[in-house]
Every structure is written in structure tokens, then in C-alpha cells.
Design a protein around this ligand. Structure first.
Ligand SMILES: [Zn+2]
Length: 416
């Protein structure tokens, strides 16, 4: 027996439909449905329309009613397409050292950097990792994020990466947001590995990849292509192997040096993330490809570096997603809406471009076709902010929180 629910009326519904995946977007293009309602059926959206019209429809369907009695603006649940929220320990010391002028190398010598998180994550029990992921995912949910990509990459051995990805899979079962797992075993060459970087990557692809497929705990392979991590040449065989078994590819690209986005485009990656150092050449390359360019303003804020050239990417014709990069080292804040709003101000992005970057363009970065816009047949992931004007959302720079969050048709935050 299908269960229908009518929710509304909303002062405005931003369906985010009918907009192109790539290129600039003006606010005049943003479709706004005034005084609208949504009929949900089980986990999905059944119908969206003007409230008076939809009420009659809902009566015929015997729908349960969730009445909205104040002004609210509804939009698709937000999607954070890049996080590292499965980790042990804290890097507060790194942050203090960095802000007191110490270099990356000096911090690493003082026991900081990614390796510190690897050590703490390896020490952590699976249950403490699960609890950490759930805690962060629930905080994200309260901010309107209903889908969260989560990377491994602090295990850096077959067993420890498996421990992380199994913890993420378990956390996904125990929290409301959907967690989309990504294997980032190629985050750095582990310090304790006895062998060459090529040996390490070969070991991961031969021993870990088949288990990921068998246990269905990750369908995405990521690598940090960067000086000091993996070079474009050294990662080629790894991505060849990943593609051959059917994984989606995503790349940490052009953060400090270029080369990564080239690899991303060559391997038809679903996304190239970071891009703070991308030059005109990389921008053009990405714009001509189907790889989504994902800006990570949280990392720029965390490190005090320049922002991803989001404006130029959009103007060149690229698809731009915006994600938090929430991680213990360079992006500890983990607030997608604040970061997206701030990026919009610095890069002169329209409201529509920012909202697209955390909804349907972020869905494309994760190769998810069932969410990111509000339309019949897609998941009923929707959020609503207590305002009568959508412009208030980014104007308040992340301080206006949704008073309603609905995940797969279920009201998680809000009335009831
Ligand atoms: Zn990252």
C-alpha cells in the first residue's frame, strides 16, 4: 500500500529543474514556484504544483497532510560531494603551528600533517570511527545536507582502508543522510610502506579493489595527484585498473600544483576537486569535458589560500559543484552553506550558481541521478528555510538554518 503525504504550502519552492549542468546561471533563470506544495509517495516525489491544485489531488490520494503554517522556502536537500569525515584524532596543533608561520614541512617534522591523522585513525576502533562519522553527518543534516560523500584515505593499507570503508558503510545504516563512500587509499604514500609508490598502488588495486566490489562498500576511486603525493605518471596504472573494474574516478587536482585536472579529464573522472592552482589551460580543459569542477572553499579558508577560480570556470563553460572538504587538517569547519555563501561573495557567483553547486551539480559530481532537483520520481529529499525570500539563505551566509529537513519522504527535522 503506497503512502502519500502532502507537504505545504511553501512560500517559494526552488525545484532547481530545467537548468543546464554546465556554464553560468543568472538568477533570472531560477525557477521559483510560489505558494506550492509537494506530494510525496513513500521515498519519492509524486507531484509538485501550486497548493490549491495539489490539495485536490492529495484528497483523491488520501494523502496524509503536513501543513506549513509559516513562511518557508523549500529546495532540494543539499549535497556535500567531498568530505573526509571518517577520522581519528584532531589536528588543532597543526592549525596553531600553521597560523604561527610554520611551513608544511616543519609541521610534518613536529609530528603533524596527514600522517598524524593516519596514526590516530589506525589506533581508533571501528566503533569510535562509526560514532565520529554519525556525529558529523547528523550535524550536517541539521544544516540541510542530506547526502554526504565520505572518503577513506587515513588507513593507507589494505586492512586499514577496509576498516574505514566498513565503518562508513555501517555509519550510513545508522544515520539519516546518505553517505556515498569513496576509496582514497591513494591519499599519500604511507611512510611505513616498504617499497616504491608504484608497488603500493599495485598492492591496493590488486588486493583491495576486488574486496570493495565484492562487499559493495565503495564504487568510487580517488587519488591525490600532487607534488609530494602521486604524480600524473605514477597514478596512470592505478586509474587504468580502477576503470577496468568499473569504478568511477575522482581526483584531488591542482591544489598546489597543476597536473591533476589533466589526469581527471583524461580518465573521464566524474569530478576534479580543489583546482585552486588551475590556470587558463586547466580551466579550458575542464570546461570542454564532462568532469565536474568541485570547489572546496573550506580548504582555502583553513589554509589561508586563494579560492578556486569558480567564476572563470563557470564563464568558460564548466560544471561547478561546491563541497566542504570537511577534514581534520585543512578544513575543520565543515559547514557547507557558510563556505558556499562565502565563495559566492569572493568569486561573484549568482545565488543560482551557488545553489546549483550544492544541489544538482553536486549530484552530478557524485554521478547520482536520483536527487539534486525536486521533480516527480526523484527522492523526496527536501529542506525548507524559515523565510519568504530565497535570497535570505545566502545573504545570511549560512546562519539561517533549515527548520524542516525531509529525507526520503521522512520528516527528520521540523514539525511533528
Ligand atoms: Zn579532500
Amino acid at each position: 500500500m503506497k503512502k502519500y503525504t502532502l507537504i505545504g504550502p511553501f512560500k517559494q519552492i526552488l525545484t532547481m529543474t530545467g537548468l543546464p549542468l554546465k556554464g553560468p546561471l543568472s538568477d533570472e533563470q531560477l525557477p521559483i514556484l510560489e505558494n506550492g506544495g509537494i506530494i510525496m509517495v513513500d521515498e519519492k516525489i509524486h507531484y509538485i504544483g501550486s497548493y490549491p491544485e495539489i490539495q485536490t489531488k492529495a484528497n483523491h490520494l488520501n494523502a496524509q497532510n503536513i501543513p506549513i503554517q509559516s513562511n518557508m522556502v523549500c529546495l532540494p536537500g543539499l549535497i556535500d560531494a567531498h568530505t573526509h569525515i571518517c577520522f581519528g584524532g584532531s589536528r588543532a596543533k597543526d592549525h596553531a603551528l600553521r597560523n604561527s608561520g610554520k611551513t608544511y614541512l616543519e609541521i610534518a617534522k613536529a609530528g603533524g600533517g596527514i600522517w598524524d591523522t593516519v596514526t590516530e585513525t589506525r589506533k581508533a576502533t571501528t566503533s569510535s570511527l562509526i560514532e565520529g562519522v554519525k556525529k558529523r553527518a547528523d550535524r550536517h543534516l541539521a544544516h540541510g545536507v542530506t547526502t554526504i560523500e565520505v572518503k577513506s584515505g587515513y588507513g593507507l593499507s589494505v586492512e586499514e582502508e577496509l576498516k574505514m570503508l566498513r565503518a562508513i558503510a555501517q555509519a550510513d545504516k545508522e544515520c539519516h543522510p546518505d553517505l556515498i563512500p569513496t576509496c582514497l587509499a591513494a591519499h599519500m604514500v604511507p611512510k611505513d610502506y616498504q617499497g616504491s609508490p608504484a608497488d603500493y598502488l599495485l598492492e591496493i588495486s590488486t588486493l583491495l579493489f576486488p574486496i570493495l566490489k565484492k562487499e559493495k562498500i565503495a564504487n568510487r576511486i580517488d587519488a591525490f595527484v600532487e607534488e609530494g603525493a602521486f604524480s600524473p605518471v605514477s597514478i596512470a596504472a592505478y586509474f587504468d585498473n580502477a576503470k577496468a573494474i568499473g569504478f568511477d574516478i575522482t581526483v584531488h587536482a591542482d591544489q598546489f600544483s597543476t597536473g591533476g585536472s589533466d589526469v581527471a579529464v583524461k580518465y573521464k573522472a566524474v569530478s576534479a576537486d580543489h583546482l585552486e592552482s588551475s590556470t587558463e589551460k586547466e580551466i579550458q580543459l575542464l570546461a570542454k569535458s564532462n568532469t565536474v569542477a568541485t570547489a572546496l572553499p573550506g580548504a582555502s579558508m583553513g589554509l589561508g589560500c586563494s579560492y578556486t577560480p569558480a567564476r572563470r570556470l563557470l564563464d568558460a563553460g564548466a560544471a561547478l559543484a561546491i563541497a566542504s572538504d570537511w577534514n581534520p587538517g585543512s578544513a575543520p569547519m565543515g559547514n557547507l552553506l557558510i563556505q558556499a555563501a562565502v565563495l559566492g561573495t569572493f568569486e561573484k557567483l549568482t545565488n543560482t550558481e551557488v545553489l546549483a553547486g550544492i544541489t544538482f551539480r553536486a549530484a552530478a559530481a557524485l554521478n547520482l541521478k536520483d536527487r539534486g532537483t525536486l521533480k516527480t520520481g526523484l527522492l523526496a529529499d527536501l529542506i525548507a528555510f524559515p523565510t519568504d525570500n530565497y535570497q535570505e539563505i545566502l545573504y545570511q551566509q549560512g546562519m539561517l538554518l533549515p527548520s524542516l529537513v525531509c529525507k526520503k519522504g521522512k520528516l527528520i527535522v521540523g514539525i511533528n
